[in-house]
Design a protein around this ligand. Structure first.
Ligand code: AKG
Ligand code: FE2
Length: 189
């Protein structure tokens, strides 16, 4: 499969998974399908060179993705995920030909916090180049993601402000995520 075909297939998968998630949330399998289908798919190909002293450097600083979903393919281990219950990093095992699905900030907003966006980072290897391909799925540039009204009531107050992909880009231009500022924190009410 070439990159173009992969891009098309991974989008279909993202649409299916989001349909299953919104169905599971009780807001129906097509709740977001139109806006997601017409929305943005950003493909990033990341190359992490070997590092003589991996203890003092990171491939990618801790962050969560602004997306609804991110689908990731990696050629070797290196990705680490924050385990919020214990406040420790967990290495994602090196599983061959496996796609990882990350919950992004906008799914946390949509679900009123029932899904939590995953904080992740990439560690470097002493003797190995690591390559990953991430497919980031979100609505259009100026489409505002709002918490589903069906998931808000007097016992479950609305926990998030609405935001768009452009709002995230504006945040990025003014803040350094390497210093720990996170977009989702600015959305929490
Ligand atoms: O290289 C990876 O495994 C993660 C890439 C990533 O987090 C991103 O592109 O947002
Ligand atoms: Fe990421």
């Amino acid at each position: 499969m070439n990159m173009g075909e992969y891009t098309v297939e991974v989008k279909k998968l993202a649409m299916e998974i989001m349909g299953a998630i919104t169905e599971g949330l009780g807001i129906g399998p097509t709740y977001l399908s139109g806006k997601l289908d017409e929305g943005m798919q950003v493909m990033t190909v990341n190359c992490y060179p070997p590092c003589a002293d991996p203890g003092i450097a990171l491939g990618l600083p801790p962050h969560s993705d602004y997306t609804c979903l991110t689908i990731l393919l990696q050629n070797s281990s290196g990705l680490e995920i924050m385990d919020n219950e214990v406040g420790a990093w967990r290495a994602v095992p090196d599983l061959h030909s496996v796609l990882q699905v990350h919950v992004g900030d906008h799914l946390e907003v949509l679900s009123n916090g029932l899904y939590k966006s995953v904080v992740h980072r990439v560690a470097l290897k002493r003797d190995k180049t690591r390559i990953s391909i991430a497919s980031l799925h979100s609505m259009g540039m100026d489409e505002k993601m709002e918490t589903a009204k069906e998931l808000v009531d007097e016992h479950h107050l609305k926990g998030y402000k609405e935001s768009s992909f452009r709002d995230f880009l504006n945040f990025l231009s003014k803040n350094d995520i390497a210093e720990g500022r996170s977009f989702i924190q600015t959305l929490r009410i």
